[in-house]
Design a protein around this ligand. Structure first.
Ligand code: TYD
Ligand code: MG
Length: 478
C-alpha cells in the first residue's frame, strides 16, 4: 500500500501516528494530533546542502523601511507606527467583534492613499463585503476583493496582483487541496499561513491575516500561528457592547505594551482617544462601583468596576465575572472573606468592568475587592461610610450642590495573606486618576504622595468604606 502523503504529529510531544487519534498514544494528551505533510525521506550521512556564510552583525545592512500608515491612529500605534512592508500580522478575535470591519477600514484608507491593496475573503461573498464597505468611511469601496477559499487560487492571485497590502479573511476558511483535513483544522491553518508567509516575504507584501478565536482562545487556529507571524494582534470586547480593545501580544517591530480602544458605531469603528474620560464620566458612583486605575500597555486607563452582591437560592451561589478573570474573582472573594471580614459565601456575586473592557492585570484585584465589599455593605466607596439614603443631603451641605460625589480610584494586587502588593507604573496610574480629580487614590505602599497608601486589604477597605465597614460587619453577616 502506498504511504499516505500526510502524517499526524502530536503538538505536545512530537509523537507521530499514521492516522488521527483523539488522544496521543505517546504522551496521553487529548486533541493534540495535527495533520502535516509527510517529510520526504532523507538519506543519511553528510549534509548535502552548501554551507552558508555567517555575517558579523555590525556588517549587516539594515534598510530603513517606510511604514505603511493605515490611517487608523490606534491601529498604527499598536502596530508600532504602521504596517511594515513584507510583514505578517495576525489579527485574532471572536466572531462578530469587528475584525472584518477594522481590516476593511484599514485597506480602504491605504487604497485611498494610492496603495495597491487586495481583500481576500473566504467568509463572505463580494456582495456582502460591498454592503459592509458602503457603511464605512473613506475609500473602502475602492478596494479590490477576491472571494475565494482555495489556497492555490489565492496565492496565484496574490502573485499576479502583487498588492502592497493584503487582507486574508480568514485564515480558517482557506483550504489547501493537498491536505486532507477540513478547512480550519490545525494542519490546514498552519499550511495556509506558512505558504502565505513565504509568498509575502518573497514578494514584499504586508499581509493581515484574520483569525477567529473561540471563547477559550485555545482551539485550532491562531494559537498555532503565533510563532510564524511577525505580529499578533488581539481584538477584544463583547459583541453586544460598543467598546473594543486592540492589543499586541507579539510584535517584532514594536512594543507589545500598546493598546487601542475603539467604539463600534453605525459607520464602522471609531477610535476612542480619551477613553478614561468616557469611562469616568459614565461611572455610576453607587454602592458597588469603584474606578480602577489600570494600565493598558504603556497607557494608563481608568475604568469603572461594578459589583452586585445579592442573596442566592443556588448552591453553590453564582460567580459571574465580565471583563476580569473568573479565577481572579474567586481568589479576591476568598481573601475578602478570610482576611477582611467580608463574607459573601451565600450570595450571588456579579462583577463587571463597565463598557465591555477587559482588564487582565493583577492591579485590578483591589478594585474588584472594593466593589464587592461596597456592594455587600451598600456603602458608596469614599463616602466615609455614610449609608446611601443620607448621602445626598450630606453632599448638598458640603458642596452646596446636588451633584454626585466623585468616584474613588484604586489599584493594587491582593496577596493570599490579605496584603496589598505593588504593581507596575503606580506614578502613571496616579497621574491619570489625578487628571480627573480622583485623588487620593487607594494604592499599595510605596505608590507615592498622591495616594492613600494601604498595606493590607483590610486597611484599604477602611480607607474606602470608612469605619462603618468594620462595625456593620457583624450585623450584616447575620
Ligand atoms: P465584523 O467586522 O463582520 O466582525 P468579524 O469580522 O470580527 O466577525 O462586524 C461585527 C459587527 O459589527 C456586526 O455584527 C455588525 C457591526 N457593525 C456595526 O455596528 N457598524 C458598522 O459600521 C459595521 C460595518 C458593522
Ligand atoms: Mg468577519
Amino acid at each position: 500500500m502506498a504511504r499516505a502523503p500526510t502524517t499526524f504529529t502530536c503538538s505536545a510531544c512530537g509523537h507521530e501516528a499514521p492516522k488521527w487519534h483523539g488522544r496521543c498514544l505517546g504522551c496521553g494528551e487529548w486533541n493534540t494530533l495535527v495533520e502535516e505533510p509527510r517529510a520526504p525521506a532523507k538519506g543519511g550521512g553528510a549534509p548535502a546542502a552548501r554551507a552558508g556564510s555567517p555575517v558579523r552583525l555590525a556588517d549587516v545592512k539594515a534598510v530603513e523601511v517606510a511604514r505603511l500608515t493605515t490611517g487608523i491612529a490606534e491601529l498604527d500605534r499598536v502596530l508600532g507606527g504602521g504596517l511594515v512592508p513584507g510583514s505578517l500580522v495576525l489579527l485574532g478575535g471572536s466572531p462578530g467583534i469587528g475584525k472584518s470591519t477594522l481590516t476593511s477600514m484599514a485597506l480602504g484608507n491605504l487604497a485611498g492613499a494610492g496603495r495597491r491593496t487586495l481583500y481576500v475573503s473566504g467568509e463572505e461573498s463580494a456582495a456582502q463585503i460591498k454592503l459592509r464597505a458602503e457603511r464605512l468611511p473613506g475609500a473602502a469601496l475602492e478596494v479590490p476583493v477576491l472571494a475565494e477559499t482555495d489556497l492555490d487560487t489565492v496565492l496565484a492571485t496574490l502573485d499576479a496582483e502583487r498588492p502592497e497590502v493584503c487582507v486574508v479573511d480568514s485564515v480558517q476558511t482557506l483550504h489547501a487541496a493537498d491536505l486532507t483535513g477540513a478547512a480550519g483544522s490545525v494542519g490546514q491553518v498552519r499550511e495556509v499561513a506558512d505558504r502565505i508567509t513565504r509568498l509575502a516575504k518573497a514578494r514584499h507584501m504586508a499581509v493581515l491575516l484574520v483569525g477567529h478565536v473561540t471563547k477559550e482562545g485555545a482551539l485550532a487556529g491562531p494559537r498555532v500561528l503565533e510563532h510564524l507571524v511577525d505580529c499578533v494582534l488581539q481584538f477584544e470586547g463583547e459583541r453586544e457592547r460598543t467598546y473594543r480593545t486592540l492589543r499586541a501580544l507579539k510584535n517584532r517591530f514594536g512594543s507589545t505594551s500598546e493598546a487601542g480602544v475603539f467604539e463600534m458605531r453605525q459607520g464602522g469603528l471609531v477610535e476612542v482617544q480619551d477613553a478614561s474620560a468616557r469611562f469616568v464620566g459614565e461611572a455610576t458612583r453607587a454602592p458597588g462601583s469603584v474606578v480602577l486605575a489600570a494600565m493598558e500597555g504603556s497607557r494608563p486607563l481608568l475604568v469603572e468596576v461594578q459589583a452586585l452582591v445579592s442573596p442566592s437560592e443556588l448552591v453553590p451561589p453564582r460567580r459571574v465575572a465580565n471583563g476580569i478573570d473568573r479565577n481572579r474573582l474567586a481568589l479576591v472573594l476568598a481573601v475578602l472573606g478570610r482576611h477582611a471580614g467580608v463574607g459573601v459565601g451565600s450570595a450571588d456575586v456579579f462583577v463587571n468592568v463597565a463598557g465591555g473592557v477587559r482588564v487582565d492585570e493583577p492591579g485590578a484585584d483591589l478594585a474588584v475587592a472594593l466593589a464587592v465589599a461596597s456592594a455587600a455593605r451598600g456603602i458608596v466607596p469614599g463616602d466615609e461610610g455614610k449609608p446611601v439614603a443620607s448621602r445626598a443631603s450630606a453632599v448638598t451641605k458640603q458642596t452646596g450642590q446636588t451633584g454626585q460625589m466623585r468616584p474613588i480610584a484604586c489599584f493594587g494586587e491582593i496577596g493570599l495573606t490579605g496584603e496589598l502588593r505593588s504593581v507596575g507604573h503606580p506614578e502613571r496610574r496616579l497621574a491619570e486618576a489625578a487628571k480627573f480629580g480622583l485623588t487620593p487614590a487607594i494604592a499599595p505602599l510605596g505608590s507615592g504622595r498622591k495616594a492613600t497608601e494601604a498595606a493590607t486589604l483590610r486597611a484599604a477597605l477602611r480607607a474606602a468604606l470608612g469605619a462603618a465597614q468594620s462595625s456593620e460587619r457583624s450585623a450584616r453577616a447575620a
